[in-house]
Design a protein around this ligand. Structure first.
Ligand SMILES: Nc1ncnc2c1ncn2[C@@H]1O[C@H](COP(=O)(O)OP(=O)(O)OP(=O)(O)O)[C@@H](O)[C@H]1O
Length: 394
């Protein structure tokens, strides 16, 4: 992959002065200030290719904004290197500014007392955008974000959703190949969020921009990101496709199917007997929906019980429950496929008359992923996702 954004061993340590409690403590702090080092980002490596949207995810205080600030040149890394469109951001801020657009959801780059139209004209002049190009882009952005209805309103009077739409358009006026978005849709209503997501998809798919996005909104992640980097305590704990994260931390899907062919039902019965299953709907069968803790949760089939792995293509797929021809398939073990892969296998092998899917909510998946990043926990490695075991950072 030809990387457009590259972080190599990127680290940032903040040094802050702590105030001791009480009046005596305050006086002592004045005379001999106590300095503490906070490692916000440690040894972070990732690459993002042209036309790729990567979601940088992690709990509060994980180090996402600090990483973005180093990649935009706002902060200088303590060690390691950032390279964005061939430029080291903090060393060549001017060239970097021409290559990137950035939106920090909580702040604006527009002039508070000017109407949006005038802010845009100033940015056009700063970046030297030719008039014809400027018109073209404004038309494109207006078509996607409906800016003209508040074009002449002072920025200070815009609603949050209107202001962020303006900020998004403003950040792309100079046609940068790289865009950084730090929680761009925070506080927006669902309609505006969807509009912004369509806009971002357009920028990635049609304009081949490279986008690095942080968000706590899992719907956003599901709609926009194919690949995610998960950061916790300043370290990368996982870098891989969203499907891989679902598989690893949220292997709790179910496929409910009614088999049309009695021969298929017999085949399943045979497999159940072969793998030492307790038979359909025994008191020992897993019963309800597996828990949110992944394949090893108490509800998931385990230890080969009702495992269908010996059927071609069924590795990692088992029977959770069965009542005659009505079968509930679910994941078995660490190598379980995603619900979409499993669905292909099930309908490829069996004729079904009735089908329903249930997949774990992405919020639950991410909660499991965040919680799994505890000292002493090891993630097993995988072919399609680079996984690093992380210890708790300071
Ligand atoms: N200027 C600073 N001085 C000292 N510590 C800082 C500074 N900026 C950030 N930190 C600390 O670095 C850590 C990472 O913060 P950062 O803002 O990067 O997290 P984040 O993942 O973006 O969190 P959130 O999702 O809450 O925005 C936090 O512990 C934070 O307190």
């Amino acid at each position: 992959m030809n990387a457009v954004i590259e972080a190599r061993g990127l680290s940032k340590v903040f040094h802050t002065t702590v105030r001791r409690p009480g009046l005596g403590g305050a006086l002592r702090s004045l005379v001999s200030p106590e300095r503490v080092a906070k490692v916000a980002v440690r040894d972070v490596d990732f690459r993002v290719g042209k036309g790729e949207l990567l979601a940088l995810l992690g709990p509060n205080g994980a180090g996402k904004s600090t990483t973005i600030k180093m990649l935009t040149g706002i902060l200088t890394p303590t060690s390691g290197e950032a390279l964005v469109a061939g430029v080291v951001p903090h060393r060549d801020r001017e060239r970097n500014a021409h290559n990137i657009g950035a939106v920090f959801g909580q702040r604006t780059q527009l002039w508070w007392d000017l109407p949006a139209r005038e802010s845009f004209a100033i940015l056009r002049d700063i970046y030297g955008v030719p008039e014809a190009r400027y018109r073209e882009r404004i038309d494109e952005f207006d078509g996607l974000l409906e800016l003209s209805e508040f074009w002449d309103t002072r920025v200070r009077h815009l609603s949050l959703g209107q202001r962020v739409r303006c900020d998004l358009a403003a950040s792309l006026l100079h046609d940068p190949p790289v865009v950084f978005l730090d929680e761009p849709t925070i506080g927006m209503d669902v309609v505006v969020k969807e509009q912004v997501r369509r806009f971002l998809r357009h920028q990635v798919e049609e304009r081949e921009r490279t986008v690095l996005l942080t968000t706590h909104d899992m719907t956003e992640v599901a709609r926009l990101a194919e690949r995610v980097v998960l950061i916790n305590h300043g370290r990368i704990v996982l870098d891989g496709p969203l499907q891989e994260i679902r598989r690893r931390f949220g292997g709790t899907w179910q496929i409910r199917a009614t088999l049309a062919d009695p021969a298929d039902v017999q085949e399943i019965e045979r497999q159940e007997q072969l793998t030492g299953g307790d038979g359909p709907d025994s008191p020992h069968s897993p019963g309800g929906r597996p828990g949110p803790d992944g394949p090893h949760s108490p509800g998931a089939p385990h230890g080969g019980q009702r495992d269908l792995s010996s059927l071609p293509g069924f590795a990692g797929i088992g029977v959770l429950r069965r009542e005659g021809p009505r079968v509930v398939f679910g994941p078995v073990g660490d190598g379980a496929p995603s619900v979409h892969e499993a669905l292909k296998v099930v309908i490829g092998r069996f004729q079904v008359t009735d089908l329903a899917l249930e997949e774990n909510d992405l919020e639950d998946v991410m909660r499991s992923a965040y919680l799994s990043d505890m000292p002493g926990q090891q993630h097993s490695s995988s072919s399609s996702a680079a996984v690093t075991s992380a210890s708790q950072g300071g």
